[in-house]
Design a protein around this ligand. Structure first.
Ligand code: ADP
Length: 395
């Protein structure tokens, strides 16, 4: 039987998982699922490809570690003969050290813990996932796949903040995130449109977290997120671009504590903060509240501005790709962005856009615009198979 790999993607309120077979050039999905609603009403759901689905409540007050343990128990029950050969983990922050996936050992795990302050919403849960998986499968390699890795190797001008140079040397840099998604889309684009894929491409990953990446020849050149996952676009609950002077003002004049400021910027801002209605784009689109509409307008406006800035960083672009929840499913947001960039040579096919078609630009558009579903899990599985050295054995 071909090797099996499990992927874990632990976020702030959910842990997604998947089981893949390593029996082809590309990982084959067997089952995907998640524990969602951690901290509120946790539920377990799993869907077997072409098979049964289960969806059931779990005990309230589940910790991330307990949720991950429940996932492994389910996998062992459902697939007793699955013989898991490796486990792949999405790890949000790899700092300066990790520019590629690695097999985690005690030393690297300690290093990953040092990045917790840089990604407080994700990194602790990513590490918890590795710890639980290691206990459940002590002889199986644990592979860490980093969201930052795809962006390492940026030129100085796209990597630095204009602080004293010693801060740059210390590693206070523009790391960028969503790298697994960008890498996946970059590979997909090579199949969808091989010619444009090699040129300048801007990818808009618009989910609860949102960022943009400008690539050339399939490599990341610049990205809208920076040192933390707060920079760039406004998000579900995160502020995006902000004047650091405003933060100084809040610390000094409002005597905010760092914890209060962190809570404000990560959890009370963005679409939720602006609208006062919801962090969720579907809810905002359905709302008649003028502030909900203003929040959507702000979101679209900032995407347009950041795309233009990234276009300058790569000397213009040949294709634009929308992905993730909003990018894949919101004709309204895409129309706002594409029509707003008409001056750059983008023309929307309104009917194709309303159907969420794979290509939403009109035939005469100078720059093609794609809607491409992302698949971070498959990308993690692919890296895990390669890093654990399973590919050759499976073929
Ligand atoms: P995450 O970053 O948590 O993985 P997703 O990529 O799933 O998030 O994106 C979630 C966002 O996508 C939410 O704001 C949600 O409202 C939005 N979304 C999903 N479906 C639609 C839709 N049909 N129309 C508009 N927005 C949508």
């Amino acid at each position: 039987m071909a090797d099996r790999v499990v992927t874990l993607n632990a976020g702030s309120s959910s842990v997604k998982f998947a089981l893949f077979a390593a029996d082809a050039d590309w990982p084959r999905l067997i089952v995907s699922g998640a524990v969602e609603g951690l901290g509120a009403k946790p539920r377990f759901r799993a869907a077997i490809v072409d098979g049964d689905a289960s969806d059931r409540p779990l005990a309230a007050k589940l910790t991330h570690k307990q949720a991950i343990a429940a996932i492994f128990e389910w996998i062992e029950d459902a697939y007793p003969a699955a013989a898991v050969s490796a486990i792949g983990h999405r790890v949000v922050h790899g700092g300066l050290s990790f520019a590629a996936p690695i097999i985690v050992d005690a030393e690297t795990l300690a290093e990953l813990r040092e990045f917790i302050p840089l990604a407080p919403l994700h990194q602790p849960h990513n590490i918890a996932g590795i710890e639980v998986a290691r206990d459940a499968f002590p002889h199986v390699p644990q592979v860490a796949c980093f969201d930052t890795a795809f962006h390492r190797g940026h030129a100085f001008v796209d990597d630095a903040y204009a602080l004293p140079y010693s801060y740059y040397e210390r590693g206070l840099r523009r790391f960028g995130f969503h790298g697994l998604s960008y890498e996946y889309i970059s590979r997909r684009l090579r199949t969808i449109d091989p010619v444009h894929a090699e040129g300048g491409v801007i990818i808009a990953h618009l989910g609860n977290g949102a960022s943009l990446c400008a690539m050339k020849g399939g490599r990341s050149i610049a990205t809208s997120m920076g040192f933390s996952a707060l920079e760039g676009l406004p998000m579900g609950t995160r502020c995006g671009q902000i004047d650091p002077g405003l933060l100084l003002y809040l610390l000094q004049s409002d005597a905010m504590t760092p914890e209060e400021l962190s809570h404000l910027l990560y959890e009370r801002s963005g679409l939720l903060g602006l609208s006062g209605v919801s962090h969720d784009m579907r809810t905002l689109e359905a709302s008649e509240d003028p502030r909900a509409q203003a929040a959507i307008a702000y979101f679209i406006h900032r995407i347009k501005m950041e795309i233009a800035a990234l276009a300058a960083a790569i000397g213009g672009f040949d294709a634009l790709v929308f992905t993730a929840g909003i990018g894949e499913h919101s004709p309204r947001v895409r129309a706002g962005v594409v029509e707003g960039l008409g001056w750059l040579g983008l023309t929307l096919d309104t009917a194709a856009n309303s159907r969420n078609d794979p290509v939403i630009s009109a035939a005469q558009s100078r720059i093609p615009v794609f809607v491409t579903p992302t698949d971070e899990e498959a990308m993690i599985a692919r890296h895990t198979i390669e890093t654990a050295g399973l590919t050759a054995a499976a073929r």
